[in-house]
Design a protein around this ligand. Structure first.
Ligand code: ATP
Ligand code: MG
Length: 218
């Protein structure tokens, strides 16, 4: 089992969008998924309450207080609140195998995320290679100067970047319906689905490497 923490203390950076869609992806592949919500706004759990029963099952968990690892889950995905810092952040990073940092293109987002990445770089679990970190651009219109500024920032961030998701109405529509992009007919969201491929490859490869390490005791 693997635990993915979705984190960026900057509000509105796309954490819940990323967490709910990732949960939807793994559920659509028949995996046992726990979506854990650390945010007292409960956006991820509310999304789950709206989720139609006919869609692949995702288990919800209130992730506030002490984080309870679900041993039977293949993937636990943790949606964290804006402003996550200090001991809570430290503990969440330590408990996670992966941290994914969503970010948008504005100068404000870049400034806030830069500070956050510095904090991550100092975390022992990350320095020692127990927890892997990747960055993903959210609502990135590749034709804009802001997108270029984001690419320049990501190139020097010290962490791998696993692509960009373009701005698309379908994210808001899916959120309203308790669905993910992976629950929608692929022909309707083809271009958007393609943009998830680098992130999913990165996660699945690292997950496999982790399993090999565990089996061989290396
Ligand atoms: N690729 C995208 N295209 C269009 N809208 C998007 C995209 N990604 C995120 N959004 C929208 O951006 C808004 C903020 O996203 P979201 O709620 O996921 O951020 P958050 O980091 O969880 O916010 P908070 O810090 O308040 O918890 C939402 O309205 C969401 O629908
Ligand atoms: Mg949120």
């Amino acid at each position: 089992m693997s635990t993915i923490l979705i984190a960026n203390p900057k509000g509105g950076s796309g954490k819940t969008t990323l967490a709910t869609n990732l949960a939807g992806y793994f559920a659509s592949r028949g995996r046992h998924v726990v979506l854990s919500d650390m945010d007292r706004q409960r956006s991820a759990l509310q999304w789950l309450e709206r989720r139609p029963h006919k869609l692949p099952l995702i288990h919800g968990q209130d992730g506030r207080g002490k984080f309870a690892t679900s041993l039977s889950a293949d993937w636990t995905i943790i949606d964290s609140p804006a402003g996550l810092r200090g001991d809570k952040l430290k503990q969440a990073v330590k408990d996670a195998n992966f941290v994914i940092v969503p970010m948008q293109t504005s100068a404000f987002d870049i400034g806030a995320t830069r500070d956050f990445l510095q904090v991550l770089q100092e975390e022992k679990a990350i320095r020692k290679g127990h927890t892997f970190v990747a960055m993903i651009g959210m609502r990135v219109d590749s034709r804009t100067r802001a997108a270029q500024a984001l690419q320049e920032f990501l190139a020097t961030s010290g962490f791998p970047s696993v692509g960009n998701l373009r701005p698309a109405q379908v994210y808001a529509l899916a959120a309203e319906q308790g669905a993910s992009l992976f629950d929608i007919r692929p022909s309707q969201v083809n271009r958007d689905l393609q943009q998830w491929a680098p992130l999913l490859h990165w996660l699945i490869n690292a997950h496999k490497q982790k399993q090999v390490k565990k089996e061989t005791g290396t």
